[in-house]
Design a protein around this ligand. Structure first.
Ligand SMILES: [Fe+2]
Ligand SMILES: [Fe+2]
Length: 265
């Protein structure tokens, strides 16, 4: 099993698709991952399963890869109920999770905004560009930059999980460039395709960060590093001023009021 632990996950899944299905059951989404060069041992380690779950997962993977092998079954205490794990974040990471909440409020409005655009005679360019401004300034500059310039620097930036996050940020920026081009051209189909593309991408991206990446980073930080990171994040926030997050929060509230009325009509 030792040599399999050091193999890339895509290679293992290609040779034995059952492994992908088993990982999926544990909420480990390696099958749809675009890169897949994580080693099996890192894939399992990063998800921080409880010891019994991890032992059972490894047993099932080994049995799937080597069906004829006599693998000892792990002893599982069936009387013990595994309570859902409550994630507790360090203060600087908690702030990033809170910023996700505002971004998710915009993502939730995208289907209604797209319906509105499709139902209008002329594309509401001003509305699209205001949403783009929120995404570029709040989601990208204010939030993603703290991840890229501060948070990710505390772990091995070459780690695949971090590379996937960088790639997602870039893919998001490409979608938004397309949305702007669609707004300039009055091309409703282009706006729709890339607003939905952005929504799907960011929804998964935020879920991965909240549930997997941030807890994984937090587990590696010393108390001194948490303090240092908190100071750096506060300095980054202070450099843009208190008004910026307030302004974008007001924008989301206005958007929700406008579109909740549209839906109610
Ligand atoms: Fe991110
Ligand atoms: Fe994020």
């Amino acid at each position: 099993m030792e040599n399999v632990l050091n193999k890339e996950i895509k290679e293992i899944i290609d040779a034995c698709p059952e492994v992908g299905r088993i990982l999926d059951e544990y909420g480990i989404g390696c099958v749809p991952c675009s890169v897949g060069s994580c080693l099996l041992k890192d894939v399992v380690g990063i998800h921080n399963l409880d010891p019994e779950q991890e032992a059972t997962l490894m047993y099932r993977i080994e049995k799937a890869i080597y069906p004829g092998r006599n693998v000892p079954k792990p002893v599982v205490d069936k009387t013990k109920k595994s309570a859902p794990k409550k994630i507790s974040y360090s203060p600087p990471v908690k702030k990033l999770v809170e910023e996700h909440v505002l971004i998710k409020r915009l993502l939730a409005l995208i289907p209604t905004i797209v319906d509105y655009i499709e139902g209008s005679i002329k594309v509401d360019k001003e509305l699209i560009l205001k949403c783009v401004d929120f995404i570029r300034t709040y989601a990208d500059k204010y939030h993603h930059m703290k991840e890229e310039d501060i948070l990710f620097k505390y772990v091995d930036e070459k780690a695949e999980v971090i590379q996937v996050m960088y790639k997602d940020h870039d893919t998001g920026r490409a979608h938004i460039r397309q949305v702007v081009e669609g707004a300039e051209r009055g091309n409703k189909a282009q706006i729709k395709e890339h607003l939905f593309g952005y929504r799907d991408l960011l929804t998964q991206h935020i879920k991965k960060e909240d549930e997997i990446l941030y807890p994984w980073i937090d587990r590696q930080l010393s108390t001194a590093q948490v303090g240092e990171m908190f100071r750096k994040c506060n300095e980054a926030d202070a450099s843009v001023g208190d008004e910026l997050p307030r302004k974008y929060e007001r924008f989301i509230v206005e958007l929700e009021e406008k579109f909740l009325q549209e839906v109610a009509k």
